[in-house]
Write a protein that binds this ligand. Structure first.
Ligand SMILES: Cc1cc2nc3c(=O)[nH]c(=O)nc-3n(C[C@H](O)[C@H](O)[C@H](O)COP(=O)(O)OP(=O)(O)OC[C@H]3O[C@@H](n4cnc5c(N)ncnc54)[C@H](O)[C@@H]3O)c2cc1C
Length: 322
């Protein structure tokens, strides 16, 4: 049987947004191909939670209960077995570092083609093709798969479908883990400062750059983000300088986001930063330099000193919200 197998990552009794996007995308594509989309989950996942992937279009969910969570190789073992036993043609991941690691391992294990940072998947002649931006997002490369294909999305590239009432059938799988897969153990799940904020899931991001002048400058962004009900993001220049946590970095070597509003304060708009937020619905930039590159792709540009503008904007938002 051909089909698409989507990996779903869970934490504290819920699937993460990227995984639900991946399952939704798998279901959309399976519908076009005329096959089924299945989910695969690892570890302590209740029947109800596993079955809830059916809300996003998975018809069946394979669950490997006794497999350690958080590490790539055991998941590779599970997915390779499920794919071999059930004949899936494709494995799909919503994105994220764990997805990259599992996908790469799975490609090697199955001798399959793999494409990472995928932003669009299409059906052509009954097969999937995967598009990924290359050369700093200035061109698109399209992958075709000779045989089995592994598709790993760019974070937030796949839209989460509106949930339905459908539920998925849950099937427990027993997998003999490879000896090398159990060599590493997760001792503790750590949270870096800022990790508690869901940057990728935020609808509003107030991003700060070197123009903030000093680490304390981020307090201006935090105040505005709090007033707007959003989160704070940053450029690599400032995270490298230790002004703000790495987990908030947006861009080529950071996170990719697509909020409803991306407000960039004191950010020049380097291409490596731009690729991380260019699919935002609305981009607003505050920069004292009217020639700053960020204005070339902003929906609204404000030329001026952020130290004056950000507090006024925060007050105005608070006043409007009463
Ligand atoms: C391989 C590679 C990967 C990279 N990956 C990333 C990445 O993932 N993410 C990323 O962000 N960068 C990345 N970079 C770095 C990137 O090239 C830029 O150096 C960085 O984005 C610049 O950060 P910035 O805009 O904060 O700083 P700057 O470029 O220094 O810009 C600061 C801006 O603030 C403005 N400003 C100053 N004072 C004020 C004020 N008072 N009011 C208003 N505006 C003011 C200035 O006019 C200026 O435009 C990467 C670079 C390389 C080579």
């Amino acid at each position: 049987m051909s089909g698409i197998l989507a990996f779903a990552l869970h934490y504290e009794g819920a699937f993460n947004k990227n995984s639900l996007g991946g399952v939704s995308e798998a279901a959309r594509l399976a519908d076009e191909l005329g096959c089924e989309a299945h989910g695969v989950v690892i570890g302590d996942v209740s029947d109800d939670l596993a079955a809830s992937l059916g809300n996003y279009g998975a018809t069946k969910v394979f669950r490997a209960r006794d497999v350690p969570e958080g590490l790539a190789q055991p998941v590779v073992d599970v997915m390779a077995k499920v794919i071999d036993d059930n004949g899936h043609d494709y494995a799909l991941f919503g994105g994220g570092l764990l997805g990259f690691e599992i996908g790469a391992g799975l490609a090697a294990r199955l001798n399959a083609g793999v494409t990472m940072e995928v932003t669009q998947v299409n059906v052509a002649d009954g097969r999937l093709t995967a598009e990924r931006p290359i050369h700093g997002d200035s061109s698109i490369s399209t992958s075709h798969y000779k045989d089995r294909g592994i598709i790993i999305g760019r974070l937030n590239a796949f839209e989460t479908a509106a949930p339905s009432d459908a539920t998925a059938k849950v099937e427990d799988v027993d997998v003999q883990l490879s000896e090398f897969s159990t060599k590493a153990k997760m001792v503790q799940r750590g949270e870096a400062r800022g990790e508690d904020i869901d940057i990728e899931g935020a609808n509003i991001l107030v991003a700060g750059g070197r123009g903030l002048g000093r680490p304390e400058g981020f307090e201006l962004c935090e105040a505005l983000a709090a007033a707007l009900g959003g989160a704070v993001a940053a450029t690599r220049a400032v995270v490298d300088a230790g002004w703000y946590p790495y987990s908030t970095q947006i861009g080529q070597t950071g996170k990719t986001v697509s909020p409803k509003l991306y407000l960039a304060a004191g950010i020049s708009g380097a291409i490596q930063h731009k690729v991380g937020f260019q699919s935002s619905e609305n981009i607003v930039a505050i920069n004292k330099d009217s020639n700053a590159p960020i204005f070339e792709y902003s929906d609204l540009g404000i030329v001026g000193d952020l130290n004056k503008i950000l507090p006024k904007l925060t007050d105005a938002v608070k006043a409007k919200k009463g």
